[in-house]
Write a protein that binds this ligand. Structure first.
Ligand SMILES: *Cc1c(COP(=O)(O)O)cnc(C)c1O
Length: 340
C-alpha cells in the first residue's frame, strides 16, 4: 500500500525509506549485493572516504508513468558514468548488470514510496561507492562499499517553472585534466563556498567558466547549460571538464529527432551569451530550469524569454522529454526501464 505522504509538499531532502542496497569489495572482488533495513554505516575512523574523499555517486529517478508502471530513465547511462567515475578515482568499478539489479531491487522493495502519476513527485535514487578501509599514507583504499538508497522527493517546480537569476562566478569548479567530468563528491565539496555566497547575494546558481582562460561557459555546480539562438538553434557547451549530463544528452537527441532542431555542441564564449534567446539548466532533478537573467560582475544579461516563463523552445524540449519519461510520448528504444 502506498505510504500516506503529502507528495506535493515533501521538497527535496532525505526521507528515510524501508530498504537500501549494500555490496562490499574485499580481497579483490565485489560481494553479491543485498538489501538491508539498516540506514547506518559503521566504518574505520581512518576510512579512505573520510580522509581523502575517495567517493563518487550517481543520481536518478524512478516514477510512475501514465499507465501505472514504475520505471527508471536510461539507468544504463548512470551505470556507465559511475564506472567512469570509479576508474578516475582508483575505485574498483562495479558492472552495469550489478548496478541495474541494485536499482531494480531498491525501487521494487520501496515501491510504496514511489509517488503516484501526476503528483510531480518522484523517487530519487542515490547510488554511491566509497573507500571504507583505513588509509593514512596517500593511496587508494583496499576495501570499498557500494550502496544505494532512495528518497521520495517533491515536484521540483511548485506552481510552474519560474526563470531564475544566476551569476558568473570567479571561483573555479574544475581544472583542465582534473575531475570535472566525473561525478565525484570532491567536486561538490569545493563548490559549497561558492554556492553559499551566491545564495547570500540572491542568486540561485553559479555559472562557472573554464579555469584556463575564463572566457568559456562550462556549467553550474550541478547542471549543464543549454542555450537557444535567436534563429532557433540549440547550443550546448562542449568541454573536457563538464559532467556529461544524461538529461542534456537526452535533450540534444529530442531536439534533433523529435523537434527537428539544429543542435551545436561546441565551445560557448561568455561573450556570446548576450546574443542567445533562451537559456536553461539541465539535470535529473528539474529536467530544465529556465534562466532569466545572468549577472556578469554587475553587467546584467537579460534573456529575451524574460522572467515570467520558460522560453518557447525550452518549453518544447521540456514538454517532450517529460512526456517521454511519463509515457505520454513514445520513447526511443531502450530509454525506459520498466521495473513494476
Ligand atoms: C549530476 C550532474 C549534472 C546533471 O546530470 P544528469 O545526468 O542530467 O542528472 C550536471 N552537472 C554536474 C556537475 C553534475 O554533478
Amino acid at each position: 500500500m502506498k505510504k500516506n505522504i503529502d507528495w506535493e509538499n515533501i521538497g527535496f531532502g532525505y526521507y528515510k525509506t524501508d530498504y537500501r542496497y549494500v555490496a562490499d569489495y574485499k580481497n579483490g572482488s565485489w560481494s553479491e549485493g543485498k538489501l538491508t533495513t539498516d540506514e547506518n554505516i559503521v566504518i574505520s575512523e581512518c576510512a579512505g572516504v573520510l580522509q581523502y574523499a575517495q567517493t563518487c555517486f550517481e543520481g536518478l529517478k524512478a516514477y510512475t508513468t501514465q499507465d501505472g508502471s514504475i520505471v527508471t530513465f536510461r539507468p544504463d547511462l548512470n551505470a556507465q558514468r559511475l564506472i567512469d567515475s570509479c576508474e578516475r578515482l582508483c575505485i574498483p568499478p562495479i558492472t552495469e548488470e550489478m548496478f541495474l539489479e541494485a536499482v531494480d531491487s531498491v525501487v521494487k522493495s520501496n515501491a510504496d514510496y514511489v509517488p503516484p502519476y501526476g503528483s510531480g513527485a518522484t523517487l530519487y535514487i542515490r547510488p554511491y561507492i566509497y573507500g571504507s578501509s583505513p588509509v593514512l599514507g596517500v593511496h587508494p583504499a583496499e576495501e570499498f562499499q557500494f550502496r544505494m538508497f532512495c528518497s521520495p522527493v517533491g515536484p521540483y517546480f511548485k506552481g510552474g517553472a519560474k526563470p531564475i537569476v544566476i551569476r558568473v562566478t570567479d571561483y573555479d569548479r574544475a581544472a583542465p585534466h582534473g575531475t570535472g567530468h566525473i561525478k565525484a563528491g570532491l567536486n561538490y565539496a569545493m563548490s559549497l563556498y561558492a554556492i553559499q555566497e551566491a545564495h547570500d547575494l540572491g542568486y540561485s546558481e553559479n555559472m562557472y567558466l573554464d579555469a584556463a582562460t575564463r572566457t568559456k561557459v562550462e556549467e553550474t555546480g550541478g547542471a549543464n547549460f543549454i542555450f537557444v539562438t535567436k534563429d532557433g538553434k540549440v547550443v550546448t557547451p562542449k568541454s573536457g571538464s563538464i559532467l556529461p549530463s544524461i538529461t542534456r544528452r537526452s535533450l540534444v537527441y529530442v531536439a534533433k529527432n523529435y523537434l527537428g532542431l539544429e543542435v551545436e555542441e561546441r565551445e560557448v564564449l561568455l561573450e556570446e551569451v548576450k546574443d542567445f534567446a533562451e537559456c536553461g539548466l539541465c539535470g535529473t532533478a528539474a529536467v530544465i530550469s529556465p534562466v532569466g537573467k545572468i549577472d556578469d560582475h554587475g553587467k546584467e544579461i537579460c534573456l529575451p524569454s524574460g522572467m515570467e516563463e520558460m522560453g518557447p523552445i525550452t518549453k518544447k524540449l521540456y514538454d517532450t522529454l517529460t512526456g517521454i519519461q511519463m509515457g505520454r510520448i513514445e520513447a526511443p528504444e531502450g530509454w525506459i526501464r520498466k521495473i513494476v
